[in-house]
Design a protein around this ligand. Structure first.
Ligand code: NAP
Length: 236
């Protein structure tokens, strides 16, 4: 059991990894604020849960929305960054707009969110920033130029941020999963193979998040790389 109840902001809480993370945290008695573009995807009656509807890719509107969010929830002492999307293709298949939009959601919005909450997080006795990167943060792959760039950017950001937070009680962690069986693959031309061993489950990643949150307060888990036992990709 937990001695400490925390107030955790979870982005992308309506689906996949973020949803599993939010569920786990609620089961453990924490307060959860969940962000998604469509808050209609959330049940309205969950104790300890507050839904916030926000388009993280709308960088114009984001600073003011985040200022209000930080003001409304001063108790937040952790953020789990799960919102993001996959888009794959050769560089020439991407429009300029698509390059911008993918970087905006997968990287720049995470930097904005960090920027908005860091002053308050530094005032907490203990706080955690846990980012969902990807295996694509570690190695470039075919048709992954823009997606990998967004995840490499996130990895560089978290490495530098960890240094920056080194004199505070803010811990920074990057979790890099391989394929996880979620709606992420719905719009894509590929998916993990059908066998259970071909993909992680969202719950696997949520458990890793819990491990990081619950790890002893003098320790920082820098990065965790998680992969399915048997990597099999299926083309649709
Ligand atoms: N699945 C994998 O194999 C895998 C592997 C490695 C890393 N990842 C990373 O894990 C993260 C989560 O992926 P997932 O597999 O859980 O995907 P998912 O099931 O598609 O969930 C994505 C979540 O992000 C939210 N979201 C998307 N665009 C948003 C926006 N503009 N503003 C606010 N929220 C937005 C979605 O909610 P709404 O649609 O309601 O906005 C949803 O809750 C992503 O960063 C992804 O790159 C996934």
């Amino acid at each position: 059991m937990h001695s400490l109840s925390r107030t955790i902001l979870v982005t992308g809480a309506s689906s996949g990894i973020g949803r599993a993370v939010a569920k786990n945290l609620l089961q453990q008695g924490h307060q959860v604020i969940g962000i998604a573009r469509d808050s209609g995807k959330f049940r309205q009656d969950i104790q300890g849960f507050t839904a916030v509807q926000l388009d993280l890719a709308d960088l114009q509107a984001l600073p003011e929305q985040l200022r209000k969010l930080a003001q409304a929830f001063p108790a937040i002492d952790g953020i789990i960054f799960c919102a993001g999307k996959g888009q794959f293709g050769s560089v020439e298949e991407f429009s300029y707009r698509q390059i911008n939009d993918l970087m905006a959601l997968n990287f720049t919005s995470q930097a904005y969110l960090t920027r908005a909450f860091l002053p308050a997080l530094k005032r907490q006795p203990r706080s955690d920033l846990i980012y969902i990167g990807s295996e694509a943060a570690l190695k470039g792959s075919r048709k992954g130029a823009v997606y990998c760039a967004s995840k490499f950017a996130l990895r560089g950001f978290t490495q530098a941020l960890r240094e920056e937070c080194g004199k505070s009680h803010v811990r920074v962690c990057l979790i890099n999963p391989g394929m996880v069986r979620t709606a992420f693959f719905d719009p894509l031309a590929f998916a993990p193979g059908d066998d259970a061993s071909n993909a992680l489950t969202p719950q696997d990643v949520a458990e890793a998040v819990c491990y990081v949150l619950e790890s002893s307060s003098q320790m920082v888990v820098d990065e965790l790389n998680l992969n399915p036992l048997n990597k099999v990709v299926k083309f649709k």
